[in-house]
Design a protein. Structure first.
Length: 95
């Protein structure tokens, strides 16, 4: 899996472990957009930018979701989207 996508998966899984409290990263998941989102746009192929826009939109909306079920569903959908995106990426060379 791409390093950037793997980082997001680890953060999302940590959010699950934390009980969907929006505390996996300082400032909530929306805070990922500034750093992770910008880095992903630079390093991932342009053809993947629409999917990155979807992911960033979901991250931005996450804090406004009420209740564990809605947040759990959002995190699961994000994990599935990242897996799909990862499957579209060529394997990275191991070094």
């Amino acid at each position: 899996m791409n390093v950037l996508l793997d980082r997001l998966v680890r953060i999302l899984k940590y959010e699950q472990q934390q009980g969907y409290r929006n505390h996996a990263v300082s400032g909530g998941l929306a805070a990922l957009i500034a750093g992770w989102g910008r880095e992903a746009r630079v390093h991932l192929p342009e053809r993947m930018h629409p999917a990155l826009d979807e992911i960033c939109g979901a991250l931005k909306a996450y804090g406004g979701l009420e209740g564990v079920p809605a947040r759990a569903q959002a995190v699961q959908a994000l994990l599935e989207r990242v897996q799909t995106l990862s499957a579209e990426m060529p394997d990275e060379p191991q070094g």
